[in-house]
Design a protein around this ligand. Structure first.
Ligand code: HEM
Length: 150
């Protein structure tokens, strides 16, 4: 049996200053600005990890540990993590608004989205800023060269 996609309520509201509230307008601007910044961050991320040096073959514990020992990459990754998560969650919020019509479903989906977004940002940030590049009991051959001085 063929199933059809759910209908969007029509007419959808046009994007104009008179119909968008202040928060809605900022959310609309944020999606565009963060989208452009994310393109730069993600292509830099892919270039550094997949193209430069030995490409994908260079990715091991030492490579990641070496990057996360550098404040530049810690803050770069933090910016990419938070922008990607907030951009994605804001997009999902709009999809929920468009498609979930019963109040309990809307509330459940919005809370699931809020909680998962916060959990991922907190865990991702903890990894970036508490990562130990030189664990005491690891074999020296797996560690980055910066551990030799310790
Ligand atoms: C084949 C493609 C990809 C590869 C091989 C890859 C590889 C990696 C590696 C090795 C790391 C560890 C730290 C670092 O290198 O900075 C990392 C972290 C990260 N990647 Fe990617 N990545 C890929 C695609 C993406 C894409 C498309 C995104 C989109 C946003 C992304 C977002 C992130 C974020 C946010 C982190 C930091 C995670 C954290 O520890 O909190 N990556 N990636």
């Amino acid at each position: 049996m063929m199933s059809t996609a759910p209908e969007l309520k029509s007419p959808r509201r046009p994007v104009s200053h008179s119909t968008l509230g202040r928060a809605q307008r900022w959310s609309w601007i944020f999606q565009r600005v963060s989208g452009v910044i994310l393109i730069v961050l993600i292509f830099t991320h892919l270039f550094v990890n997949l193209w430069s040096g030995d490409g994908i073959n260079q990715i091991d514990f030492a490579f990641v540990a070496g990057k996360l020992a550098n404040p530049f990459w810690q803050w770069f990754d933090f910016l990419m993590l938070t922008l990607a998560m907030i951009h994605g969650a804001n997009g999902m919020r709009m999809i929920i608004e468009d498609y979930a019509h019963t109040p309990w479903l809307k509330a459940t989906l919005h809370w699931a989205l809020r909680i998962s977004t916060v959990v991922i940002i907190v865990l991702g940030t903890l990894v970036l800023f508490t990562f130990d590049p030189c664990p005491a009991d690891a074999p020296a051959s797996l560690l980055p060269s910066l551990c030799e001085d310790i």
